[in-house]
Every structure is written in C-alpha cells, then in structure tokens.
Design a protein around this ligand. Structure first.
Ligand code: MRU
Length: 355
C-alpha cells in the first residue's frame, strides 16, 4: 500500500490546499489557505482537524507565511513569523502534535542566524514543513504494518471519532491497520461511533472507509456499550490527541466510556498514534488541557436548534482515558505494551527529534 487512501492536505508553494472537512460528506470542497488568519480559522473551525493533520497544517502555515516575507528585513521577517507561530499556537489546546510541529518550525527560525537571508530561512522552513508531512506519511505506513497483526479474518472493529486518513497526511492512525489488513485481503467490518456533537465518525470515518470499499456501519455513540458487552466487537482501535508518559491519553469526548466498556467486556482496546502525539513533559492525564468548544455545537445540528431556547449546553471536546484500560499503543516504533512509564519513555531516548 504505497498511495494513501485520501489526501487531505497539499502543499502548493504559496498556498496550501485542504479538503474542507466541515462540508463532508455532502461536498468534497477544496479550500485554499494563504494567510495565517486563514490557517487559524481553518484549524479552529475544524475545516482541517485530527491531531497529526493540525500539526502539519500549522507547520505549512508558518512556511507559507515565510514565503511572503522573503524580501523583508530580517527583523520584519522574524517578528512576523513569531507572531504567526503564536497565533497558530493558540488555535486548539489539546493535541500535542500542534505544539510539537510549531516547536520544530520555531527551532529552524532560531537556528538560522541573522547573517542568513530571509530567503534562505524560508527555504529551510518549507523543507521542515514538508519533512513533517513526509514523516507523517511514513509513520502512517509503519503504524498500519505494526497494528495489522491485531486484526484477524472476520473481525469486527469499533472506532470512535475519525483517526483515519483525513486526520493525518493520508494513511491515518487508528484506521491505518484497518487499511493495511484490508489490502492484504483480511475480511473485516468496522463500526464507527457517530461521535456527537460534530459527528466525525458518521461524516468522516464512514466517508473515507466507504470510499475505500471497506464495510462500515455507523452506530450511535451510546450503542457502543451494548455491542461490546454482547460480543459483537473483537477489537477497539482509536487515535489520540495527547499521550502522557503514564499511558493516560486524551482523545475525542466519549473515548473513555468506550474504553471502560471494552475493559469490562474483555475486548482489546488499542490506541494508535505517532510518537509526535506523546507529551514527554506530562506524566498524568489530569494534566492535559481539555478544549471546551462553543455550546452551539451541542444545541444545534446542521444549523437547526434541537434544545429549547435559553437552555444551557456544555461542550468539552476531549476526555482522558486512564492507562489501565489501554491494551497497548500502536506507534511507528511498533507496539508499546505496559509498563507504559518505562516503555513510552524509551521511544524518546532513541529519537533525536524528540529532544
Ligand atoms: O476535534 P477533532 O476532530 O480534531 O478530534 C480528533 C480526534 O479526537 C482524533 O481521534 C485524534 O485527533 C486522533 S487523529 C489521528
């Protein structure tokens, strides 16, 4: 499997093209992003989303901004790019990949001395952003291979939210093993939790799997529990927005309940993520900042109000699943089993990019 099932982002030099994920599955609309404000808006409103893809988009946003500044003085170039980095930093608080990617871009800016021209620095920034994109493609392939062995013929797999090609450079994290096994001829079926309130499972996971010819069935979030307890699911695969050293991790709201039900039913629950999702500075899940989004996402569906006027709604976008419910992590370095404190930390020690 060399070609990704979907291409959610494309570097085009002075602009970046993305599939506008707000409009899927109704419309495959391509959006061009040029200014930092456009990147900010696209990330905040989930036109571009999913932890790895947010990181890639932010890195490309800095690189595009640098292209426009090549004839500026060094001082203007540096000040303006630092502002762009700060703006993108403030778009979404939970996914590690955003901060990891922006840190890499900031390092390039710092390592380029004032003696070099903005042009040379911009070239280095573009190279770094494209490197982050290419590395993510590689990671997707490796996660696919590492996780495919968990899927046996006839398996029903449950997933939550969208951790597929659309959430990454193209191969996905939780769905990468599914694509890999499917391409090897393994018979499988995927159940996609609809994922209230923004329906990433119903809209996005179902869209990309059906497009690839994979048998997918959408279920209400609350149906996951009876399916797990009645032995209708063989394996749960989800992605992550931030993994702490203890193995506690944040993912889309509702993930924790699925993990607890899987644990109670004795169904293996695996988390697939590249090492850029691991926050080596955090030990416990309680330390992860949880994004709280607009109540309108809960009170309205497709622009139509579903709650009585004046009634409040609360909308945390992520939850934290304790490590005790995780059977293992599927990373580009292979399967990581407990004890997580030791085994997740060892990923860092053998990777210079992680320091
Ligand atoms: O709010 P979203 O749609 O960006 O949330 C995405 C998720 O929670 C994904 O499961 C996670 O980012 C992993 S994506 C490979």
């Amino acid at each position: 499997m060399h070609e990704p099932p979907v291409k959610p982002i494309e570097w085009c030099g002075d602009e970046v093209k993305i599939i506008d994920q707000r409009r899927l599955p109704g419309e495959e609309h391509i959006l061009s992003l040029r200014t930092t404000g456009e990147f900010e808006e696209a990330i905040k409103t989930l036109a571009v989303r999913g932890a790895p893809l947010i990181g890639i988009a932010a890195a490309m946003g800095v690189a595009v901004a640098s292209r426009r500044l090549v004839s500026s003085t060094w001082a203007e170039f540096e000040t303006s790019l630092r502002e762009s980095i700060q703006v993108l930093h403030g778009t979404r608080p939970t996914a590690s990949n955003l901060f990891w990617a922006l840190k890499r871009m900031e390092k390039i800016l710092e390592d380029t001395t004032h003696d070099e021209s903005p042009e040379a620095c911009s070239r280095a920034l573009v190279k770094e952003a494209l490197g982050i994109y290419e590395e993510d493609l590689e990671m997707g392939i490796k996660i696919g291979k590492a996780g495919a062995g968990l899927i046996r013929d006839g398996f029903s797999i449950l997933t939550h939210c969208n951790a597929g090609g659309l959430a990454t450079s193209g191969f996905g994290t939780a769905l990468a093993p599914v694509y890999w096994a499917f391409n090897k001829g393994v018979q499988l079926k995927v159940y996609a939790d609809e994922t209230r309130p923004l329906l990433q499972g119903a809209r996005l996971t179902a869209w990309e799997l059906a497009r690839a010819g994979i048998d997918v069935t959408v279920i209400c979030d609350s149906a996951a529990h009876i399916m797990l307890s009645r032995a209708k699911i063989d394996l749960v695969l989800v992605g992550a927005d931030r993994i702490t050293l203890s193995g506690d991790f944040a993912n889309k709201i509702g993930t924790r309940g699925v993990a607890m039900s899987a644990h109670a039913a004795g169904v293996p629950f695996y988390v697939a993520a590249p090492s850029s999702t691991i926050d080596f500075d955090l030990e416990k899940g309680a330390q992860i900042p949880i994004e709280e989004r607009d109540a309108l996402e809960v009170t309205h569906v497709g622009g139509v109000r579903i709650t009585p006027p004046g009634v409040a709604a609360y909308n945390p976008a992520f939850d934290v699943t304790p490590a005790e419910y995780v059977s293992g992590f599927i990373t580009e370095k292979g399967l990581i089993n407990p004890p997580y404190l030791e085994n997740l930390a060892s990923i860092r020690s053998d990777d210079p990019q992680m320091h």
